[in-house]
Design a protein around this ligand. Sequence first.
Ligand code: AR6
Length: 169
Amino acid sequence: MTAIMSVRQTDITVLAVDAIVNAANESLLGGGGVDGAIHRAAGPGLQDECETLHGCPTGSAKITGGYALPARHVIHAVGPVWHGGDRGEALALASAYAAAIALAQEHGCRTVAFPCISTGIYGYPKAQAAEVAVRAVGRALASAPAVEDVTFCVMDDENLAIYRGILGR
Ligand code: AR6
């Protein structure tokens, strides 16, 4: 079966999917942006579980429960900080998306929603990040038959237009 990839403009914390992905940092101990929003909506149990994980290197991901969120799991993926593009940023970003899909597969997640990892505080140019995201997820889905539906969750109009352009929907 071919998984569906689509874009939605909404706050990711309201999505009742099997897993939402967090744009985390290597400490996994919380932060601003979507990370802060997810921790606020999930409640303190999420922070407690994150403290047991001992961080996560850039380009990888770890999974926790969703606590007070409507989502069953949170997959904490760590994207790269943008340094101009010649420090392996694209590979690291692709790897973070692929690692998140692999975890979703391992945990039987049928529906997964991603934020635009690295494009906020970490400064990755939005259009380039979206190209990497869609390509990496598309590839990773080939080895993730459990994952049927991937939502790219955007907050801003610019990302909405970019993803609509790439996905054609
Ligand atoms: N729902 C969906 N998307 C959101 C939400 C939300 N509630 N809030 C923000 N975004 P950012 P990064 C979008 O900065 O660049 C944290 O401190 C936002 O518009 O959250 O990967 C971490 O702990 C942007 O498009 O993540 C790290 O230290 C996208 O989410 C660092 O920031 C990502 O922006 C990670 O930076």
